[in-house]
Design a protein around this ligand. Sequence first.
Ligand SMILES: NC(=O)c1ccc[n+]([C@@H]2O[C@H](COP(=O)([O-])OP(=O)(O)OC[C@H]3O[C@@H](n4cnc5c(N)ncnc54)[C@H](OP(=O)(O)O)[C@@H]3O)[C@@H](O)[C@H]2O)c1
Length: 253
Amino acid sequence: MELNLKEKVALVTGGSRGIGAAICRALAAEGVKVGVNYSSSEDEANDVVAGIKRDFAIDALAVKGNLEDPAAIAGIFDELEECWGKVDILINNAAYCPGGPLESYTIEVWEKTFRVNVTGCFIASREHIKRLRAGARTGKIVNIVSQAAFLGSTSGHLPYDSSKGAVVSMTRALAREVAPEGINVNAIAPGMVKTEMVAANLATKLDYYISRIPLARIAEPEDIANAAVFLASDAASYMTGTTMDLTGGMLMR
Ligand SMILES: NC(=O)c1ccc[n+]([C@@H]2O[C@H](COP(=O)([O-])OP(=O)(O)OC[C@H]3O[C@@H](n4cnc5c(N)ncnc54)[C@H](OP(=O)(O)O)[C@@H]3O)[C@@H](O)[C@H]2O)c1
């Protein structure tokens, strides 16, 4: 399969850990220069960059920027353009996932969840598209959502689930708007993936979570990264506005 990813440049938000770090490595393995975004995990982001340089002999850069701050998002793109002249691929991966029952969610928690997960994704996508348009270039956007957008979560993540539903809708609306310009916008809805985000759930109720999954295993971050590479590549150039379910069969539709 011809991915045509060599010499491309990607920005992965929340690339310092978990699924984002796996996506950074998987893109680099295909010859993509990667901007590894983080907000506070500087050491982890630097480790991802060092690993990419060591294992794939590809350039990578750790870029600090909190997605809650629109100016910081523009700054991330400026930094990558200064370094490599362009950004072709945007992976909207970073997310905030507070837990708890309904009564525990303050307006501040609700708004922060939407600021990071929805507004951050919107501002980054708008910035990416603005710059692609300015250079009359095509490009890709891949949004990491969640099966919780469709099924709800059984462990109490109402603001998060709601925010991911918003990003599914954003994926479709944006895909429609920019399709004539050769810009593809797709999403991936993972089920349970072995990362820090769900480590506490997996530590206490692993058997329960596995029992819900027809393929009977928790996903590795690399399972999600493989799909992200495909959607970021020219091999997926006829796909737009879709959400790819990667749930081990938990979500079948
Ligand atoms: N793990 C799962 O089971 C699962 C299931 C479905 C969907 N997902 C989705 O997959 C994506 C990655 O999840 P994960 O499990 O890999 O999460 P994770 O291990 O908790 O990592 C989250 C990443 O996002 C970054 N981040 C958080 N807030 C940020 C902000 N305001 N600005 C910039 N970066 C920020 C973190 O960096 P800092 O530490 O520097 O902030 C970190 O790199 C998320 O969209 C999540 O919703 C995960």
